[in-house]
Design a binder for this molecule. Structure first.
Ligand code: GLA
Length: 381
């Protein structure tokens, strides 16, 4: 299908087709820019790119997605510069810029994208777009880049070219996740472990509830949280909040010059601890016991880190009230999606209860689906 789209756009066939998924984060939120731990897994929803190289420096980008303006965006690799200005096309263009800036010779490309990752749902559609571009060019141009390196270059595209100050989680999830696993990642040195995560085998389901809201200023608020965390680390004399051990939390809170930063520190330090706890529970086969840890994480994001919103809070409260084992917002916050862990037998009833609570509150109907841990980026054709 994406090959047909490529042909219809450019008049010839592509050299290959690649896919990179969106993600859900199980636990470890707003820890990645604090050198902490995260635990995302890949969704079956993916961005697919049909790609052919060019030798003349032209970079032509086209998307079949109904969410983006129609037409081919045409750029020249020599003229790419941070700041972009090409809307959705800044993500793939930023990757080409980052690859070339790192010394890799990319002489142009024609790319046609199609995607099943919902945009604006906090499920990393932009990371999927970046990573699929990077893996395709890595293969076609024979760059030999390892997956963690691809993730770093994609993060650079997003931070420097697009100008969004995100951490490394989303790009690493899209590049490195494997089917049936959650990815434990130490964002300081990018050490990874694939943790078996098969909820269905244990009679459980993890629902993703897309609230279909994105609140204004979310990017500015993200940047403020990040700056606050960096200030706190500086006041505490550490490189990053990851360096504050859980046992040292109270002491660190007392030592902070600026008491307003206390809740940020408390969230990050306790959240890193929750990641450790979830890994332990999954490794001992006690998947049901992760529920309360997820809900506790939500409370911390809501009350201390202050990145939730009424719709996300309602998913969690209505879900838990309907008997879910646990629930939390996932991703950056201020809208987007939440995850809800339920007994298989209670999945439908819980989803209905959440939808009913949304209707009562006058919110738009949420979109609910079951999350199945899926493969990371790969070549399809
Ligand atoms: C967004 C960012 C990630 C991470 C999360 C919060 O998804 O892209 O790097 O910081 O928010 O955990």
């Amino acid at each position: 299908m994406s090959e047909d789209g490529f042909r219809a756009t450019y008049g010839t066939g592509p050299e290959g087709v690649w896919a990179a998924p969106g993600r859900v984060n199980l636990i470890g939120e707003h820890t990645d820019y604090n050198d902490g731990f995260v635990m995302p897994f890949a969704l079956p929803h993916a961005t697919v790119a049909a790609v052919a190289r060019r030798a003349d420096g032209r970079l032509r980008l086209h998307s079949g997605s109904p969410d983006v303006p129609a037409g081919v965006v045409e750029l020249h690799v020599d003229e790419l510069a941070p700041g972009g200005g090409a809307g959705w096309a800044d993500y793939p263009a930023g990757v080409v810029w980052a690859l070339r800036d790192a010394g890799h010779e990319i002489t142009g490309a024609d790319i046609h994208f199609e995607s099943t990752v919902p945009t604006g749902a906090g499920l990393s559609s932009s990371a999927a777009l970046e990573v699929v571009t990077a893996v395709a060019l890595n293969d076609l141009y024979g760059l030999g880049l390892e997956r963690w390196r691809i993730a770093r270059l994609c993060q650079r595209a997003e931070n420097v070219y697009v100008g969004a100050p995100t951490g490394i989680m989303d790009q690493t999830a899209s590049a490195c996740c494997t089917e049936g696993h959650a990815l434990w990642l130490d964002t300081r040195d990018l050490a990874q472990r694939q943790i078996p995560f098969d909820m269905a085998a244990q009679g459980l389901r993890l629902l993703v509830v897309d609230t279909r809201v994105t609140h204004a200023h979310s990017e500015g608020e993200y940047g403020k949280r990040r700056t606050g965390c960096e200030q706190a680390a500086a006041q505490l004399g550490v490189d990053a909040l990851r360096d504050i051990p859980y046992e040292g939390l109270e002491d660190a809170l007392a030592r902070l010059e600026d008491p307003e930063l206390r809740p940020l520190v408390r969230h990050v330090v306790t959240e890193d601890r929750r990641v450790e706890r979830v890994v332990e529970l999954l490794e001992t086969g006690d998947a049901r016991a992760i529920g309360p840890v997820l809900t506790e994480g939500h409370a911390s994001l809501r009350d201390d880190f202050k990145v939730s919103c009424p719709e996300l809070d309602l998913v969690v409260s209505a879900g838990v009230e309907a008997g879910a084992l646990g629930a939390r917002m996932t991703g950056g916050g201020f809208g987007g999606s939440a995850i809800v862990l339920v007994e298989e037998s209670a999945a439908e009833k819980t989803a209905e209860a959440i939808a009913a609570a949304f209707a009562t509150a006058g919110h738009r109907e949420p979109r609910v689906f079951t999350a199945v841990p899926s493969a990371g980026a790969r070549r399809l054709v």
